[in-house]
Design a protein around this ligand. Structure first.
Ligand SMILES: *Cc1c(COP(=O)(O)O)cnc(C)c1O
Length: 469
């Protein structure tokens, strides 16, 4: 009996194809045309090794040729796929920091492709025929869009803040309200950034209330800057008071201390027309006369990652000369994307249509509802018997922008009966492309707000596949 088993195993093992055999088969040759040899070899070896192990351990091994080929192909594809890849955002959060924040406009994408696939005048002055400055490309358009005297763009807003503090206030005091010592996701904490810049934090006021006289009393010979920080991702409500940027500018003028506003999101359109009254536009902040304003390129602005510094020429020039600026400079891809994104803002009549972040944030509820209905109706054909429902819900902008603004949305809620909601969520997350959804009320919520029209087919296919297991 035992001997028979041994013989049987030996027979199965010796019948396994060789790596070379598979490689030289028609199928093997096909793979080699498309995929790197190294991955083809690795996948074949792993498929054979798995079966050898199963035979030795007395488990059932699937030795059919088709299943072997399917296995190998799946492995090759997995090995050759990129780690950073597109996915479907069904969370409803438009500026989702974990999912890449802003999607770029068509125009920005085209410009990035055009400029980065070719030589360019990145640091070359075509008029003069001599060396130029990379920052020059973005100054004119920022002046036009924001109404500022001068501007600079660096790697991100965290870098922008660090640079400004280091340039203007190293070894000196910076006055900040206790109500504005924020922490932004990913370890940007104002007191830590201040320490890293070499500036000395001078906290004033209390968590809920800071008055103009708190700032005024803190001013001394060592004061280099008054800093206002946008609360971004949180709010203090109730018995509160903060000092407006206009009043701080007035105070700064009186004592000849520059004022800076870390605006965080950097909204370039007037949101009041959409009923959102709490987010000042960059243009309004610049009009207050503040010496320096900083904001992100990829939050409400809807462009590539970057940190924009706008303000007085005198300060911008000093910041530009800081050696640390060189370590935080942006590359040509970002510049190309930024200039094209800002050009969208010049075309005011079309800007909301053309910038995906704005378009998604401000789309009409009926539009979201129509998309949710379309998704639900397509799904109902494929996953019969699973309760599906289109329902209203609310979501947030994300990215530390507009935290108290609840945005109306529509979701398709799915209540699977054969598998758990957690299992469904996991299968979708691990699918191709991955679909990121949220669980609420023991159902899976597919939020149609952030699902692009071009995602719908992949989304439906992905959910169908997940239900098949
Ligand atoms: C988001 C934010 C930052 C950091 O900006 P990044 O572009 O993510 O580096 C800094 N300050 C405030 C107030 C913010 O909201």
């Amino acid at each position: 009996m035992v001997e028979n088993d041994m013989n049987e195993k030996q027979k199965l093992l010796s019948n396994l194809p060789s790596v070379d055999g598979i490689l030289k088969s028609n199928q093997g040759m096909e793979w080699l045309k498309t995929y790197p040899r190294r991955y083809v070899l690795q996948a074949i070896r792993e498929a054979i090794d798995l079966r050898r192990k199963q035979i030795r351990e007395g488990h059932d091994a699937d030795l059919a040729e088709e299943s072997m080929i399917a296995d190998i192909e799946k492995k090759i594809e997995k090995l050759s796929s990129y780690s950073l890849k597109p996915l479907i955002n069904a969370t409803g959060i438009v500026i989702h920091t974990n999912l890449g924040r802003s999607l770029l406009s068509e125009r920005a994408l085209e410009n990035i492709k055009k400029v980065s696939g070719s030589y360019s005048n990145l640091e070359y002055d075509i008029e003069k025929g001599e060396r130029g400055k990379r920052y020059s490309h973005i100054k004119r358009i920022l002046r036009e869009v924001v109404g500022t005297e001068d501007a600079l763009v660096v790697n991100n807003n965290a870098a922008a803040v660090l640079l400004c503090l280091n340039t203007i206030a190293k070894g000196k005091e910076v006055i900040v309200s206790r109500g504005e010592l924020v922490e932004i996701g990913g370890s940007f904490r104002m007191p830590d950034v201040m320490a890293a810049s070499g500036a000395i934090l001078r906290e004033v006021g209390t968590t809920n209330k800071t008055h103009l006289y708190d700032y005024e009393r803190a001013i001394n010979d060592d004061t280099a800057l008054i800093l206002k920080v946008h609360k971004s991702n949180y709010r203090v409500i109730g018995f509160t008071e903060e000092v407006s940027i206009e009043d701080l500018v007035g105070l700064g003028r009186k004592y000849k201390v520059p004022v800076m506003f870390d605006l965080g999101s950097g909204c370039l359109i007037d949101l009041k027309q959409f009923g959102i009254h709490i987010e000042p536009s960059v243009q309004d902040v610049v009009k207050s006369g503040v010496e320096i304003t900083t904001f992100s390129g990829d939050k409400l602005l809807g462009g590539p990652q970057g940190g924009v510094i706008v303000g007085n020429k005198e300060y911008i020039e000093r910041i530009q000369k800081n050696p640390i600026t060189r370590a935080m400079r942006i590359d040509k891809l970002t510049l190309a994307g930024f200039e094209a994104t800002l050009m969208e803002y010049i075309h005011e009549e079309k800007v909301i249509e053309n910038i995906p972040t704005l378009r998604m944030l401000l789309q009409k509820p009926e539009e979201i509802k129509a998309r949710a209905k379309k998704i639900a109706s397509q799904l109902s054909k494929h996953i019969k018997g699973v309760p599906l429902q289109v329902q209203t819900d609310s979501t947030r902008a994300g990215g530390g922008a507009l935290p108290e603004v609840s945005l109306p949305t529509y979701v398709v809620s799915i209540k699977p009966n054969d598998i758990s909601v957690d299992e469904l969520e996991e299968r979708l997350r691990k699918g191709n492309p991955p679909i990121i959804a949220r669980i609420k009320e023991e159902a899976l919520f597919i939020d149609a707000k952030t699902v692009r029209n071009s995602d719908v087919d992949d989304l439906v296919r992905g959910i169908k596949t997940a239900f098949r297991g």
